[in-house]
Design a protein around this ligand. Structure first.
Ligand SMILES: [Zn+2]
Ligand SMILES: [Zn+2]
Length: 291
């Protein structure tokens, strides 16, 4: 590198706070740095993320502006603090291992509903995750539910004991992949599996566990589905006897129960929805909405 070019280099330290862990923020910054031809590094810490970038100052300005304007869908930026550093002639951009500091102030993102890309894979017989119920990516899946400690990294989550298979690890390591650094990345070969048990804990064997569970709901039984965020107690909402049995067991006689539906079209059949309600129903948090 010539003296002249060296002099044009700028280096900045950037601390971003908000919901920036577990939302694909590091891969996003990695891609941004690549696109703007910047060197440096990013790491998660207990305060958020720390970035150092080095390159031409115009590129650094573009990087900082895009950082604020184009964050990943689940991220929320509360503040961006920038300071000047002395250039060190670094080449390449790295994602470094997390550093745990004493104080903990970063937010853990909420669990997010399965995104459209994952839903497509779920229903694609040619996909290696066809019908795998625990698929996820950097844009969706469990976060809060599986986090034991922050920083949010796989060894600090309940996914720690599931070692990724070679195919999942390759996705996790590939900056161009949707699952780059997706902490709960999993598949049929390496991730959590479904199981079905009766009320006394006895394991129920079935060729297709989802079909077996559906059959039990259809028969009027109460099913406890362990999912992200806790257990869902489910009955067939059109089966009054089953609903009454659930109410009796829950000691919940008057208060309404939430009704789960497949999609917006199914919800529209049951009630009139305003545009605001429809928007709320389809946010990544998929909240219970009074309609
Ligand atoms: Zn996804
Ligand atoms: Zn796998």
């Amino acid at each position: 590198m010539s003296e002249e070019i060296q002099q044009k280099l700028t280096r900045r330290g950037v601390v971003v706070r908000g919901v920036v862990q577990g939302v694909g923020f590091r891969p996003f910054v990695y891609r941004l740095a690549q696109e703007e031809h910047l060197a440096g590094a990013i790491s998660n810490d207990t305060d958020g993320v720390t970035i150092e970038i080095e390159g031409e100052s115009a590129s650094i300005e573009a990087f900082l502006s895009r950082l604020r304007l184009e964050p990943p869908p689940l991220a929320r930026i509360d503040s961006v603090a920038v300071r000047n550093l002395a250039p060190i002639g670094e080449t390449g951009f790295r994602i470094v291992a997390s550093e745990v500091l004493g104080r903990v102030s970063t937010g853990i993102p909420a669990d997010a509903a399965t995104c459209v890309d994952c839903l497509r894979e779920l229903l694609d017989p040619g996909d290696r995750r066809y019908r795998y119920p625990f698929l996820n990516c950097t844009n969706c899946g469990p976060r809060f539910t599986i986090t034991r400690r922050i920083p949010y990294d796989r060894p600090q989550t309940s996914m720690a004991r599931f070692t990724m298979c070679a195919a999942c690890q390759a996705e996790y390591d590939d900056p161009a992949n949707r699952r780059f650094h997706a902490q709960p990345n999993a598949c049929w070969d390496c991730g959590p599996q479904l199981s079905l048990a009766s009320a006394d804990g006895a394991v129920i064997a079935a060729e297709d566990l989802v079909a077996a569970a559906i059959a039990r709901i259809a028969a009027g039984e109460i099913l406890a589905i362990k999912g992200i965020g806790g257990f869902h107690l489910c009955v067939d909402a059109t089966n009054e006897a089953a609903v009454m049995r659930l109410r009796a067991r829950k000691h919940r006689y008057g208060k309404p129960l939430a009704v789960m539906v497949r999609d917006l079209d199914a919800a529209r059949v049951l009630c009139d929805l305003t545009e605001a309600e429809e928007k709320l129903l389809t946010t990544p948090a998929r909240p219970i909405v009074l309609a």
